[in-house]
Design a binder for this molecule. Structure first.
Ligand code: ADP
Length: 161
């Protein structure tokens, strides 16, 4: 199979995301992790910080690249001629938003498609906003994120940085 994009906000990247990358590599020849920006959201980390953080977490992984875009996902995809995106699905609450996004992207570029990988069950309730909250309150996040991310979060919230 061809290359695939893995778009997301990754604010920050967690072991749940990393598991999706790992499994996408079993199916696709190349995975481009794409830090995307939703102009209606505000983030803890800048796109450049996120790219750097993800590169550190995935250092040494063959067939993976990490990029960011400020524009539409399909514009980036069309430029790169990558016609498939992968997304992770957790609880049923993810479904509606993911369906809307997948259908909208295909309306914008009819050749574009999205495939979904079900989350590993132990990462079912893991998401970036929980990680940010626990980190901000000084809790242990080592089960949720790699050490490089843990350090960047501690530095951001004024501990150990
Ligand atoms: P977004 O804000 O667009 O949802 P995220 O960075 O939160 O972006 O997530 C990017 C992708 O990773 C989404 O498809 C999301 O469902 C998936 N994802 C996030 N956390 C997990 C997890 N714990 N297990 C599997 N997939 C996940």
């Amino acid at each position: 199979m061809d290359a695939v994009l893995y778009p997301g906000s990754f604010d920050p990247i967690t072991y749940g995301h990393i598991n999706i990358v790992e499994r996408a590599l079993d199916i696709f020849s190349q995975v481009t992790v794409l830090v995307a920006t939703n102009p209606q959201k505000s983030y803890l980390f800048t796109p450049e910080e996120k790219v750097e953080m993800i590169r550190q977490c995935l250092r040494g992984w063959a067939r993976v690249e990490v990029e960011h875009t400020e524009g539409l996902l399909v514009d980036y995809a069309r430029r790169r001629q990558i016609r498939v995106a992968v997304r992770g699905l957790r609880a049923v609450t993810d479904f509606e938003g993911e369906l809307a996004m997948a259908l909208t992207n295909r309306t914008l570029w009819p050749e574009f498609d999205t495939v979904f990988l079900m989350t590993r069950s132990d990462y079912m309730y893991l998401n970036s906003s929980v990680v940010r909250q626990v980190a901000q309150l000084g809790g242990d996040i080592s089960k949720f994120v790699p050490p490089a991310v843990e350090q960047m979060l501690q530095a951001r919230f004024g501990r150990g940085g």
